[in-house]
Design a protein around this ligand. Structure first.
Ligand code: PNS
Length: 161
C-alpha cells in the first residue's frame, strides 16, 4: 500500500509544546511526517533556518517517522515533491482559522489532491505562541514548561543566559 505522507509546515521560531503535540498526533494518522521549516529570507527571525532545523532534529530525532526539512517557495509544491497527500496545520482559535482558511483554499486551488488537515491542540498547550514565548524569554521569564528541553537550552544560549 502507498505510504501516507504529511507535511507539517511552519516558522517554528521557536518550536514549542503546542507544535510537539500536533506532530505527535499527526504521526497517528500518517506513515511519515515532514516537519518543514519555512525559509523566508524577508521575515526577521530569532533563530536562523539552519538553527531551527538543527533544534528540530534534536527534539524529534527519536521519532524515525518524522523527518526535519526546510523549504522555500510554494508549500503545496514542496508537499507534492515529497509525495505528501496532506498538509497539517493547528487551529488554536477563530483568529487562526481566519488566517488559515484563505491559505488552505488557495492551496486547494493550486493542488486539489493535497488535503489540508486542521488539528486542535490539547487545551493545556492551546495558548502557546512562538511570538509570546520569544517575548517572555527575552524579558527573562521562564519558558521551560512551554518548550522542549532542547529549545529551552538554545533560547538560553542565544540570549546569553
Ligand atoms: O508558522 P507559520 O509562520 O504560521 O507558517 C506559515 C506557512 C509556512 C504555513 C505559510 O506561510 C506558507 O505556507 N508559506 C509558503 C508560501 C505559500 O505556499 N504560499 C501560498 C499559500 S497561500
Amino acid at each position: 500500500m502507498r505510504e501516507r505522507i504529511a507535511v507539517f509546515p511552519g516558522s517554528f521560531d521557536p518550536f514549542h509544546n503546542g507544535h510537539l503535540d500536533l506532530v505527535a498526533r499527526t504521526r497517528g494518522m500518517f506513515d511519515r511526517v515532514y516537519v518543514a521549516v519555512l525559509g523566508n529570507p524577508e521575515k526577521q527571525s530569532f533563530f536562523t533556518v539552519a538553527e531551527r532545523v538543527e533544534i528540530l532534529g534534536e527534539v524529534l530525532g527519536l521519532w524515525e517517522d518524522c523527518l526535519v526539512d526546510s523549504f522555500s517557495g510554494l508549500l503545496v509544491e514542496y508537499a507534492s515533491s515529497m509525495g505528501a497527500c496532506g498538509v497539517v496545520r493547528g487551529l488554536r482559535s477563530g483568529a487562526d482559522l481566519d488566517y488559515e482558511m484563505p491559505m488552505a483554499r488557495m492551496n486547494r486551488r493550486l493542488r486539489p489532491e493535497i488535503e489540508t488537515v486542521f488539528l486542535l491542540p490539547r487545551p493545556e498547550v492551546a495558548d502557546l505562541s512562538s511570538t509570546l514565548i520569544k517575548q517572555v524569554a527575552r524579558l527573562g521569564g521562564d519558558v521551560s514548561p512551554m518548550v522542549p528541553v532542547a529549545v529551552a537550552r538554545r533560547l538560553r544560549q542565544k540570549l546569553g543566559g
